[in-house]
Structures are given as C-alpha cells and as structure tokens.
Design a protein around this ligand. Structure first.
Ligand code: GDP
Length: 486
C-alpha cells in the first residue's frame, strides 16, 4: 500500500532527483526504489505545490508530520517543538545548549545533570501557560539531517548560532542551505554579544545576503542577540522558539501506540542495549512491544531526560529505553505494536529486507562515477548529469555554476543538486549516493568520514583546483568522451 519514489516522481511530473533530494533532507528516503505510504506521498506532492484532491483536504492541513496517520486527526493535541542547534564551529553551539540547560533545569534535579541522554527539555512560561521546548543535545547537523537520512524528520525548528564577533562563515551558509532544503524554519541566535568586538548589525547584514531578513528590517526571520556566557536574552530566545512553534502548529495524538525516532543508541556493559528515543506521536509506556529499525524490544525501564525513572513518555519527549534485543542505529524509526508476537514478526522480516536493500543500494550506487556516466552518454542513455558541488568559497561556487550553465545541454542536462562552500561531508556523500550524483570538489577537502562513506557507497568524488579542468571533465562526460580511468 503506497508507491515508490520513482512512481511518485512520475505521478507528480517532477524530476526524480528533486523528489529524492527533498525526501533525503527530510530523512524519509535515500533510494528511488523505496516505497512511501500515502500520507507521505501526499505531503511530498504538496511540498511541490501540487494540489491533491481529497475529501478531507481540510483536516489534511493538520498533518504536520509524517508520523501522523488518518486515525489521529480527531485526537490531535499541541506538542512542544523539537529544536536542533546548528552553526559554524566555535560560534557557541555547545555553550548555548549548556547555558540554556543550566539556566532552566533546576540544579537539584538529577544531581546537576552531568549525564546527558541526547535531548533535554526546558519549561518556559509562555502567555500564562507552562510550556516546553525540547532540545536535541547533539550539536551539528547530523541530528538535523535526520541522522543521515535514516529516520523520519525529527526537527521542528533549527536554531542557527552565529557569533556576533565573527559573522556568517562557511558552515553557517551550509546550515542555512540544509535547513532550507528540509523546509525547517530557522531562528537565529546572534551569540557572544557580550564581546567588545560584537557587531550584531553586521551579522544581520550578512544573513540578509543569505536570504534571512530580520523582522526589525521588514523580513520574517527571527533573530535574537544572546550571550551563552552572561545568559543575556536566553529567555527571549526560548520565547521566540515558542512563537515560531505556534506558527508551525505542532500536534500529535497522545492516545495511541507510540512512534518516533532513535536519537542515540549504544551498548552499555551493565545494562545491555540502551537507546534514546524521541516520541513523535502516541505515548510510550513500560511493557510496550516495539520494533526499532529491525530490532525487537520490550520496554523494561525508561529514564527521562532528567534521569528520573518514568512510566510513560508523551509526544516530543525523549526517553532512554532499556529492553531492546540489539543496538539500533541513530535515525531509525521505532513503532509500538499491540502484541509482542506482531512486533517480533515485523522485526524479523525487516531484518531480512534491510539486508536486501543494503545490497541493492550498494549495487545501484556502484555505477555512479563520472566515467560510467560518460559511458552511458556514449550509448545515448544519459539524460541528466547530477552534480553536488562543494568549493572553497561562495565566489568559486558562483563562478563554477555560471560556467556550467554555459555548457551545451541539448543532449544531457546538468542538474546541480546542491552547491555550497565548505568541505565535502559525509552527508554530501549520502545525498550523492541517494540521487546518483557525482561530487565535484573545488579547492576543498574531505571531512572526516566522507572518504569511507564514498568508498562504501561507491560515490565518485572529483577534486579540482583549476576551473577549466573541471569544466573539461564534465563536458567530456556529457559527450561520452571521458577516457576511462586506470
Ligand atoms: P561550538 O563549536 O559552536 O560548540 O562552540 P563552543 O560552545 O565550544 O564555543 C566556542 C568558544 O566560544 C568557547 O571558548 C566558548 O567559551 C566561547 N563562547 C561561546 N559562547 C560565548 C558567548 O556568548 N560569549 C563569549 N564571550 N564567548 C563565548
């Protein structure tokens, strides 16, 4: 019951590459042969501005995440926003996460919270109500790109941290482009305003150049000047996150079996497999039988983010769960089933499927190198050349894009899935593998893990330091003239 990414793309008459790119950043699918359920397919269609004719079009609007089913619509309740922190290295992501936790979580709780479970929540007084904000405690956009695209989307809002004394830097731009691609709203924290050299207005100016226009200058982007060191405006930042959450209209149905995503998992010597699960719909309870990725589990004990033993966890909250048969992967989805028997059967069949699809994916992506593409072009089989471009600076990116546009594209079209300054990351490799793209690097380097990922997934990474040579190779590949590499 559903349709593959390939079928969906045909159905909505959008290029496969665009659809898989969208799904990739949502963390829903990594392969065009993956099957999507109907609500997900509809969500994709709508994201591409295609009106889907249904009787219940109105209630559709309430389905804010892929975790919500038809049956939940009657029972939707507001849920807290789940927030991830992104930004350039040293701009204060860790400091900000720590400062908010220290300011908002009473120090008596859980012995000052030295141990983290990968997420924490804070209580905020908002318009007379006691509300919560949940932070994913893993800085960087790993968590944000839905743990390398395995699980479903986990983030409702991205906090972009930009140091007021340093301004927009390559990873700032990368973070913005990732958030935009995934359609996750950004709230900017202009950090380190306590510093003498801080210049928040300059930061705003630079952010404008990236398409984020602050509210006070007539735009719709929320920007809050903060300091992780003095604690200035941390409350205001939380307020703004709740305001943004209201715009997003976040709901879930607490009265059903739980579903969600693995935030972290590891093997504890004393306790066995331990996983931090983010509940995204339903309520998770002790004794529940679940499937996590392809692992079976029966919830034996749960600790909340303040390390208290709890009996249940409601939507948007994270809990550490004991009782799994094996260690799942971060980003895997979990789902509770009515009976233990059902859950076990599903876990078993998934384990088999997973092995098969890994094989398929490995085989499919082996083909994607500039040389094999060139061979396909020679056979007249190549219609599109998918490229992911990473360069040293924005200027190079623009120069290369402009030159690529000049190349004749009657036979083969160049499709640039992503072009950004910065190093080539593991996420880039994942995206390239998912969409059959080659990665073109210009004066840039590989992030840790990217090489292994490219070897594992068979993604071609081409490195250049002369634009002319880069263009020559791409043109050669398009014409089927590239000499086989020895
Ligand atoms: P991350 O790499 O983005 O996680 O950055 P960190 O949180 O590790 O912070 C990098 C450096 O900036 C550390 O030395 C922090 O003490 C410092 N820092 C972070 N926030 C502030 C701030 O608001 N004001 C000042 N003066 N320094 C800060």
């Amino acid at each position: 019951n559903g349709l593959t990414v390939h079928e969906l793309a045909q159905e909505i008459k959008e290029p496969e590459t665009e659809v898989i790119k969208f799904l990739f950043f949502k963390g829903i699918a990594t392969n065009i042969n993956q099957t999507l359920d109907i609500p997900t397919a509809r969500m994709v269609a709508e994201a591409f501005d295609i009106q889907v004719e249904t009787a219940e079009a109105e209630s559709e609007a309430k389905k804010t995440t892929e975790m919500i089913d038809e049956g939940d619509l009657e029972n939707l309740k507001q849920r807290p926003p789940v927030v991830t922190i992104m930004g350039h290295v040293d701009h204060g992501k860790t400091s900000l996460l720590d400062a908010i936790r220290e300011a908002k979580v009473a120090s008596g709780e859980a012995g000052g919270i030295t141990q983290h479970i990968g997420a924490y929540h804070v209580d905020v007084e908002h318009e007379g109500d006691n509300r919560q904000v949940v932070f994913l405690d893993t800085p960087g956009h790993e968590a944000f790109t839905a743990m390398r695209a395995r699980g479903t989307r986990v983030t409702d809002i991205a906090v972009l941290v930009v140091a007021a004394d340093d301004g927009v830097r390559p990873q700032t731009i990368e973070a913005i482009s990732h958030a935009k691609a995934a359609q996750v709203p950004i709230v900017t924290a202009i950090n380190k305003v306590d510093k003498e050299t801080a210049n928040p207005d300059r930061v705003k100016q630079e952010l404008m150049e990236q398409g984020l226009v602050p509210e006070e200058w007539g735009g719709d982007s929320i920007m809050v000047p903060v300091s992780a060191i003095t604690g200035e405006n941390l409350d205001l930042l939380l307020e703004m996150l709740l305001l943004q959450a209201e715009v997003e209209d976040l709901h879930a149905n607490p009265d059903r079996l739980a579903k969600g995503t693995v935030i972290e998992a590891n093997l504890d010597k004393a306790r066995g497999p331990v996983a931090t699960l983010l509940v995204q719909n339903g309520t998770l309870k002790i004794g529940d039988s679940m499937v996590v990725g392809s692992v079976f589990g029966k919830v034996r004990a749960m600790l909340d983010d303040r390390l208290n033993r709890v009996e249940a966890a409601s939507p948007s909250f994270a809990v550490e769960v004991l009782g799994l048969n094996d260690v799942p992967q971060a980003g895997d989805e979990f789902e509770v089933f009515k009976s233990e028997k059902e859950a076990r059967a599903i876990a078993d069949s998934r384990a088999i499927d997973q092995r098969q699809s890994r094989l398929q994916q490995a085989m499919a992506s082996r083909r994607v190198t500039l040389n094999t593409l060139s061979a396909q072009a020679q056979e007249g089989e190549l219609k599109e050349l998918n490229i992911l471009l990473k360069a040293d600076v924005q200027g190079s990116v623009e120069a290369i894009l402009a030159s690529l546009q000049q190349l004749p594209q009657d036979e083969v079209q160049i499709r640039v899935l992503m072009a950004a300054p910065g190093e080539i990351s593991e996420t880039d490799v994942d995206l390239a593998a998912a969409s059959g793209a080659v990665i073109i690097g210009f004066n840039t380097t590989l992030a840790p893990g990217a090489q292994q990922a490219s070897d594992r997934l068979g993604v071609d990474i081409r490195d250049y330091d002369i634009i002319y040579k880069l263009l020559e190779d791409i043109e050669g590949a398009m014409e089927g003239l590239l000499e086989p590499e020895l």
